[in-house]
Design a protein around this ligand. Structure first.
Ligand code: 3HC
Length: 675
């Protein structure tokens, strides 16, 4: 766990706990004992702490949170390092996060490799840095830079770290170990971060919180982070540390952090594919072809272009290609303006794009992704064509949101190479990708797609073949019930408010307006069979017409619509439905509990590999608040019996509703769905 080597009076302590050198109980015990021995040993003049392997440390062992504490605790270890009577140098390579950075902050000097990333990502787990990070980082970098790092949780690179005083020296990666030892030998005395003081300009904390009001709303951890950093500017170290501890203790036991920790582990678990060994060789993907230069195709292409993978994009007309290319360029230009990427990187990404009308150019691609109109005949036509063009072993993927991958695969002579890659719109932004495993998809094709999706920064989740896969299949009953509630007497605002109050970025009707109510519309204004039909017939197609369920101003800000209310009223009268008052409990049961029911059916049918995968689909694809862990996690927390009771009360009259036997059984047994 801790490798100790004496380099002629400079003691090198390497944290060796693969895969990420997490600071679990045994590491803490051994590190504490090594520091104490070094301090007591007159032949030792300085200490260097580094990480074995390619990184310093990924921080505290997250698996220990929620368990009985094991001594020594990280804050005590960190304090002991700072108190050491001999110079202690942190030699930082690779990644240095959370508790790992807090160890480095307590060291007396810091030298880092130029490829390093340093950060305090605890806020993403619903926590604050709990081993002195909120007190020591501001003392080194000033309050504002520390606030930014702690509240965003985003790591900084070596240049920024040196610029804000977080590290004292930078060096080449391969020279780090030796230079740290050489430097340590020259140091005379400790230089303790905790002995510094830090002041803040008046109003800094209020301004900082105000500027991020929307992003911070409803989240406990960022507020606690701000409070703790503020304490660092006001209180002596010991008192500030005590305050940090108290805040940490509250957060770590809280519902939000538990849910966010669930999401963290769910993301890692999702990478594991049932029945496929983790070390199965992947197919090399050096270039990608995208068929369809529309919004979706363009967004998909950007993911690869930004990661350095060239893309050939084909469409049927020059005009479509030019429009698609212009949208991609526009997106990159906007990113440059917002400072998210450099102009040079944007240019390099555009340089990797080859738009062409020549379908045959796709022969050289290792992965082909079809992103055209949602129509089985068109898709099977394209796949038959790809079959005759693509080189052997190329992966053929469809971006379909609903259709059967098995049927699409049957249009080719190589169904083993066919799978679904369902990106979510906007595809260059949304992190979810459902990787759809067809009946005949080869394990290495699936593993390649999963690995590649992670490489381009996505959260890939394996889904089986069914109408709508995981996410859209769960969306369907929600949408049906929302519209039924509207007919019975609720308003769009009332239903959407329940969802936004729950923490969703938007409710079902706001989402419908954003996507476009005309999607899937039969286009016959005289055929009015639903409220949607009536809205479409009245030219209310959603945001793009500035009119849908809501009215929109030119900045697309919604207000409740009297026109929609009239249309709904008329439709209700014609359908002979008596309006009644609908309560919040009913909205929750009929739009959220029905999703849990569908999730249970998805589990029963083996469409999702595991419950936590379903949670990820909703967190990363549909804006389910991560502080509520995902639909299955949430259901288990509030109790399945409550869900089943709600469904029995409010869905019994619906002849199409089928209560999932799995859900009913788990509720009766008092066992969670995620088990
Ligand atoms: N504790 C426990 N396990 C961890 C861990 C941690 N801090 N960080 C990663 N792991 C595990 C993962 O669960 C995964 O396990 P598995 O192989 O069984 O699925 C394995 O290590 C590898 O993780 P990744 O797949 O994420 O590896 P990558 O190489 O892609 O990324 C990383 C490495 C950047 C370090 C990434 O794992 C990461 O971001 N880890 C979390 C960092 C973090 O949040 N640190 C703060 C912890 S809280 C803290 O320190 C509190 C303190 O202030 C008191």
């Amino acid at each position: 766990m801790i490798e100790v080597r004496d380099h002629d009076g400079v003691l090198e302590l390497a944290i060796d706990n693969p895969p990420v050198n997490a600071l679990g109980a045994q590491v803490r015990r051994e590190l504490l004992s090594a520091i104490e021995q070094a301090d007591a040993d007159p032949t030792i003049r300085a200490v260097v702490i580094r990480g074995a392997g390619s990184l310093f440390s990924g921080g505290a062992d997250i698996r220990e949170f929620g368990q009985a504490p094991v001594e020594p605790m990280l804050p005590a270890l960190v304090e002991r390092i700072e108190r050491a009577g001999k110079p202690v140098v942190a030699a930082i390579a690779g990644t240095c996060l959370g508790g790992g950075l807090e160890v480095a902050l307590a060291c007396h000097y810091r030298i880092a490799a130029r490829s390093v990333r340093l950060g305090l990502p605890e806020v993403k787990l619903g926590l604050l840095p709990g081993a002195g990070g909120t007190q020591r980082l501001p003392r080194l970098t000033g309050a504002e830079a520390a606030l930014e790092m702690i509240v965003s949780g985003t790591p900084v690179d070596a240049a920024r770290a040196a610029g804000i005083g977080l590290v004292d020296r930078l060096t080449d990666d391969d020279r780090l170990a030796q230079e740290a030892l050489d430097w340590a030998r020259t140091l005379d005395a400790p230089c303790r971060t905790g002995e510094r003081t830090v002041a803040a300009e008046p109003g800094l904390f209020e301004r900082f919180a105000e500027e991020r009001k929307r992003a911070l709303a409803g989240r406990d951890a960022p507020r606690a982070c701000i409070e703790a950093v503020e304490a660092a500017t006001r209180l002596p170290l010991a008192e500030g540390l005590a305050q940090e501890q108290a805040l940490f203790a509250r957060l770590v036991e809280g519902d939000q952090s538990r849910a966010l920790r669930h999401v963290f582990f769910a993301e890692r678990l999702a990478a594991k594919i049932e029945g496929v060994p983790a070390d199965l060789a992947h197919r090399p993907i050096r270039s990608v072809g995208v068929i369809g230069a529309g919004t979706m195709g363009g967004g998909i292409a950007m993911n690869f272009l930004s990661t350095g993978i060239p893309v050939i994009m084909v469409d049927m007309t020059q005009e479509a290609l030019e429009r698609g290319t212009a949208i991609i360029r526009g997106n990159y230009e906007a990113s440059v303006r917002k400072g998210r990427i450099s102009a040079a990187d944007a240019q390099a990404a555009m340089g990797r794009l080859s738009p062409t009308l020549d379908f045959a150019a796709l022969w050289e691609c290792d992965l082909l992704i079809e992103a055209v109109y949602e129509d089985m005949a068109i898709k099977t036509g394209i796949f038959a064509r790809l079959d005759s063009i693509a080189k052997p072993g190329a992966i053929l993927a469809s971006n379909t949101s609903y259709l059967s991958i098995d049927e699409i695969a049957a249009a080719t002579s190589r169904p083993q190479d066919v799978l679904g890659l369902h990106f979510f719109s906007p595809a260059n932004v949304m992190r979810l990708v459902e990787v759809v495993r067809g009946r005949l998809t080869a394990p290495d094709a699936l593993a390649t797609a999963m690995g590649l999706a992670r490489k381009i920064g996505k959260v890939p989740v394996v889904a089986g073949v069914c109408y709508g896969f995981i996410g859209n299949r769960m969306l369907m009953p929600r949408q049906l019930q929302a519209e039924a509630l509207l007919l019975e007497g609720a308003s769009p605002e009332q239903i959407d408010r329940v969802h936004t109050g729950f923490g969703m970025p938007m409710g079902p009707f706001q989402m419908g307006d954003l996507a476009g109510l005309d999607i899937g519309w039969h286009r016959d204004p005289s055929r009015i069979e639903s409220i949607r039909d009536a809205l479409c017939a009245a030219d209310r197609w959603g945001q793009k017409k500035l009119a849908g369920f809501y009215d929109y101003d030119e900045k697309r800000r919604p207000t409740p619509s009297a026109v929609t209310a009239d249309i709904v009223d008329r439709f209700r009268r014609e359908a002979g439905v008596q309006q009644r008052a609908v309560g919040e409990e009913e909205i929750v049961a009929r739009t959220l509990y029905v999703m849990v029911n569908e999730a249970a059916r998805i589990l029963e049918e083996g469409i999702a590999q595991r419950a936590s995968d379903i949670d990820l689909v909703w967190v990363h694809g549909y804006g389910w608040p991560p502080t509520r862990g995902g639909p299955v996690y949430w259901a288990d927390r509030i109790g399945l019996d409550r869900i089943v009771q709600g469904l029995r009360s409010y869905m019994a009259q619906d002849p199409d509703f089928v209560l999932s036997p799995l859900l009913a059984a788990r509720a009766a047994e008092g066992r969670p769905l995620s088990e």
